[in-house]
Design a protein around this ligand. Sequence first.
Ligand SMILES: Nc1ncnc2c1ncn2[C@@H]1O[C@H](COP(=O)(O)OP(=O)(O)O)[C@@H](O)[C@H]1O
Ligand SMILES: [Mg+2]
Length: 294
Amino acid sequence: MQVLTVANQKGGVGKTTTTVNLAASLALMGARTLVVDLEPQAQAGTALGLNIPSSEVSRSLGWALQAYVQGIETDLPGIIYDRSTLLEPFETNGVLHLLASEESTMSRAQDLLVGAGFAATPILRRMLLSLAAHYDYVVIDTPPAISSLAAVGWAAGDWVVTVCFPEYATVRGAVTLAGSVKFVAKNTDNECRPQYLGAVLNKSNPPSNWKQQEVDVRDGMISSGLLPFVGDIRQSDLISRSFAGGVPAVLGYTNLPPGKQYAALMQEVLTRMDTPQATWEIAPPPFAEEESVV
Ligand SMILES: Nc1ncnc2c1ncn2[C@@H]1O[C@H](COP(=O)(O)OP(=O)(O)O)[C@@H](O)[C@H]1O
Ligand SMILES: [Mg+2]
C-alpha cells in the first residue's frame, strides 16, 4: 500500500479535484484505491457523488478519528463507502472506496486532535496501516491550513503532492506546506516519514497563452524547490462541471484532454515514487521549449 497526500495551505487550488482524479486514475488502472477525505467540508465526497446522510454521521472519518483519539477501536472497513459504481462503464478490476468526511464529526475530531497535541499526529497513519491488506493506493485530501487536522494527513502519507494554480500566493502556500512536511518525522519520533514528491500546476492555460502571472508561478515553483511535474492540468469547464456532477473528469471525460492530462500526471507520480529524486523529470522553465526551437 502506498499513501499519497494532496496538500496546500491555500484553499481553492484544486486539492480535492486532484485527489479524486488521481484516485480514479489508479482505480481505472486496476488498483484497489481508497480516497480519504480529511476536509470538514466533505468535498471529496461531493466530487465522488456521495454526501453522508444525517442518519449516517457515525459512518465518517471524523467519527472514527474521535474514537481512535480516545483509544476506542472502530470497524474501519465497515464505515467505508464503495464508489466503484463510477467504474462500471470501464473494463477494470479496480475499486474506488471512500473514507468519507462529515462536517460536525470532523470539526469535533479536530478539537480533540488539538487537545492531544503531537502525540496524536500518527493517528491516521496507524488507522490506514490497519487497512494495508485491502488497498494498493490511498489518496488523502486535506484541509487548506497548517493545522493539527492537516498535519495528521501529511503524517499519514508516504508521499506528499502539492497543488498550485496561476496565482503566486499558491506557490507560497505550497512552500510553507513542503517545509512543514519536513518536521513530521521529528514530531512523530520517526514513526511517520512522508516524503515530498512534487507540485501540480492546475488551472493553467496552454504555455502559448501564458500571462506574466503563469510565468512567475512556474518560475517560482522551480526556484523554490517545489519540483513541478511536467504534466500540468489545464483550466477546463469539463473539470469544474464533473466536480459538481460527482463523477471525476478522468472517468467522465477519459478520452478528452482532462482525462488524458490526469492519466499522464498519474504516470509521472508513479514514476517518481519508484525512482530516486535525482532522476526525476522536472517541468521546464517558461519558454524553454520556444528557446530550444530558436
Ligand atoms: N483544472 C480545473 N479547471 C477548472 N476548474 C477547476 C480545475 N481544478 C479545480 N477546479 C474548480 O476549482 C474549484 C476549487 O477546486 P477544489 O478542488 O475544490 O480546490 P481545493 O480542494 O484546493 O479547495 C472547484 O470548483 C473545482 O471544480
Ligand atoms: Mg478541497
